[in-house]
Design a protein around this ligand. Structure first.
Ligand code: MN
Length: 331
């Protein structure tokens, strides 16, 4: 008999299942990004990065805090635009006031999800409230698939009901996990959940085998399917798993993100997602013309009511053409 490696094609063609050791956890290290200006915070960015631009349709992940913002006067992000994506705000501590161009006015609070579907175009401002001394949370974006990316903008708020999986406390803030669903809208198969892990026991989280997953450690340290993952790191797991085993040495808090691999090439530049260079150029031109140049409430990005101050001008476009990035395939 020949060994298994010598005739892999024949074995696959026969329909045999080859059991191999699972591909190990791919660790994505955070990049420190000083947001500067009025936000005056340094965030830990794990998506996008050269190595990987998406996990499911999750395409942006900033993890920040706990930061004492009392000295800097808090976070103050003037009105700015978005297209072709959803923003997901999830806080562990603090409070942020949200206003947008579809007349939403809402508070972002710990364990409450604020989801803004930008679609065709929206603008919004984010300001930490005056009582806030500490900000701690995650800012996430979801790229919209072609069929939904031009939907009219809308805003949703929901408070996920915590539930138990094997001793861990789970809050599903986007999509579905273990038969629980978030109330906010998704446009591709997705999960976003906070999982609070007790120390010293294996917790098995059921997984959709068609999903790829990312695990971000907010506090503590965990092993994911037996492999160590440190604070602020994002661990990537490829599709094909029925469950994800988590174990914490000390009480730990993680975010679990997942979805079916996105597949569509897209361009992300500044706060816009589009499909072509020309489209991004047009979004920028409309923002500069209708909002920075003049307040046109009928323009693509509308106007943000109730914000005291000027909107954020777009940066200059790079001199090279923007090229779409496809989700990387893992060999
Ligand atoms: Mn924004």
């Amino acid at each position: 008999m020949s060994n298994l490696e010598s005739e892999p094609d024949e074995l696959l063609a026969s329909g045999a299942t080859i059991t191999t050791e699972r591909t190990p956890l791919e660790i994505l290290l955070p990049r420190l990004v000083p947001l500067g200006g009025p936000r005056a915070m340094t965030v830990h960015r794990t998506l996008p990065q050269r190595q990987r631009s998406t996990i499911g349709a999750w395409c942006f992940l900033d993890h920040y805090g706990p930061d004492d913002v009392s000295a800097t006067g808090g976070m103050r992000v003037p009105p700015h635009p978005h297209t072709g994506l959803q923003t997901v705000s999830w806080l562990f501590e603090g409070e942020i006031e949200h206003r947008d161009s579809v007349a939403s006015h809402a508070m972002v609070r710990p364990s409450e999800v604020n989801l803004m579907t930008a679609g065709h175009g929206i603008s919004h401002s984010e300001v930490s409230t005056t009582e806030v001394t500490v900000l701690h949370g995650a800012q996430l974006w979801v790229v919209l698939p072609e069929k939904s990316r031009d939907v009219l903008p809308f805003f949703e708020h929901a408070v996920p009901e915590p539930f138990d999986i094997g001793g861990a406390t789970v809050r599903v803030f986007v999509g579905d996990l273990a038969g629980r669903s978030s109330a906010v809208s998704v446009f591709s198969p997705l999960v976003g959940a906070q999982i609070d892990l007790p120390a010293g026991i294996d917790v098995s989280i059921p997984a959709d085998p068609s999903f790829e997953h990312g695990i971000l450690v907010d506090t503590g340290s965990v092993t994911v399917c037996g492999e160590p993952l440190g604070r602020r790191e994002l661990g990537y797991l490829d599709p094909g798993r029925d469950d994800i085993t988590l174990r914490a040495a000390e009480p730990s808090r993680i975010l679990l993100l997942g979805g079916t691999p996105f597949g569509e090439p897209f361009i992300m530049w500044w706060n816009f997602i589009g499909r072509t260079h020309e489209e991004i150029v047009e979004f920028r031109a409309e923002w500069q013309r209708d909002v920075i140049g003049a307040a046109d409430p009928d323009g693509r990005f509308g106007t943000v009511g109730g914000y005291d101050g000027r909107a954020l001008p777009a940066p200059e476009l790079p001199t090279v053409r923007l090229k779409p990035r496809a989700a990387p395939t893992r060999s």
